[in-house]
Ligand binder design. Structure first.
Ligand code: NAP
Length: 283
């Protein structure tokens, strides 16, 4: 099985497809999913402190023989741990829960909302200073953000000493994210598509089904392949072992320009659809 990789500006490489784990909290289920995923060739595992599954992931990884250096573990700091000191504490807590010495990638889960915090720029800048410190201390091999829009990135880059390596944003057919994607591409920031299947909601779209019949691939595979050809990292979540296999078998076909354009033109379809400027602080 071929697995494409993408290199960050610091030369760290990330697999272009990984496993999303939001809403998988059950330990035996996590063990089954991770065992199957690793044997199928998945190496990137996306988690977050807020998913409350870091310990389940640690247990599942511990039961397998894949070496630590072959894995790419990505975690996120939650909104309640923003700021220079707290983000560092939160990271150390996550490292303990995951039973690892370092993370391959650590992300700010949400920017501070401008609706709630008049000083959102300073909060994000201060949290980023803590991320930079973790990077310099070697506890995390790469650092980035999630759900940052162009204005969040522009402000952050005014004070950042290390540019974010990645921005994880909701992106799937029906949510092209053209503006953020173009901005990130122009500034050397890689994009990772969360909810690359639109949280399952886009899979019944008739254009996707038409292309899927023509290619002899499932609608999910078409969504993921579209993401791969857009140059982004995709992290679909499933607890179904057959779908795990389906979701990784996307490196043996190509969507042509016409098919890519048809998918680009699918009208808006919100999957999770949270606007980070509107977001109410949850949790
Ligand atoms: N940074 C953020 O704020 C953020 C936000 C959202 C998500 N994420 C990350 O992105 C990951 C993926 O996003 P997501 O979990 O929202 O949704 P997703 O991966 O877009 O879709 C998952 C849904 O699609 C179903 N599914 C998976 N593969 C399928 C297939 N081949 N055919 C049909 N249905 C399929 C799953 O059901 P089954 O499990 O029953 O198969 C589940 O209901 C998350 O797990 C998380 O790691 C990050």
């Amino acid at each position: 099985m071929i697995m494409y990789k993408i290199a960050f500006h610091n030369k760290v490489e990330i697999p272009q497809l990984g496993l999303g784990t939001w809403q998988i909290t059950d330990k035996p289920q996590m063990a089954d999913v991770i065992r199957a995923a690793l044997s199928l060739g998945y190496r990137l595992i996306d988690t977050a402190a807020a998913y409350c599954n870091e310990m389940a992931i640690a247990k599942a990884i511990g039961a397998n023989e894949v070496k630590r250096e072959e894995l790419f573990i990505s975690d996120k700091v939650w909104n309640t741990s923003r700021g220079f000191a707290d983000v560092q504490k939160a990271c150390r807590k996550s490292l303990k829960k995951l039973k690892v010495d370092y993370l391959d990638m650590y992300l700010i889960h949400w920017p501070a909302s401008m609706k709630l915090y008049p000083n959102w720029i300073e909060i994000n800048a201060d949290t980023w200073k803590g991320m930079e410190q973790l990077y310099r201390d070697g506890l995390v091999k790469s650092i980035g953000v999630c759900n940052f829009k162009v204005h969040h990135l522009q402000e952050l880059m005014k004070s950042a000493e290390i540019l974010p390596m990645i921005n994880q944003i909701e992106m799937h057919p029906g949510m092209n994210q053209t503006e953020v994607l173009n901005y990130c591409n122009a500034n050397g920031i890689k994009v990772e598509a969360s909810s690359p299947l639109g949280n399952g909601q886009i899979l019944k779209n008739e254009k996707l089904i038409e292309i899927s019949k023509k290619k002899g691939k499932s609608a999910a595979q078409i969504c993921l392949r579209w993401g791969i050809q857009k140059g982004v990292i995709v992290i679909p979540k499933t607890t179904n072992i057959e779908r795990l296999e389906e979701n990784i078998n996307i490196f043996d076909f190509v969507l042509d320009l016409n098919e890519m354009e048809m998918i680009d033109n699918i009208p808006y379809c919100g999957g999770i659809g949270i606007d980070s400027d509107e977001v109410v602080e949850f949790g």
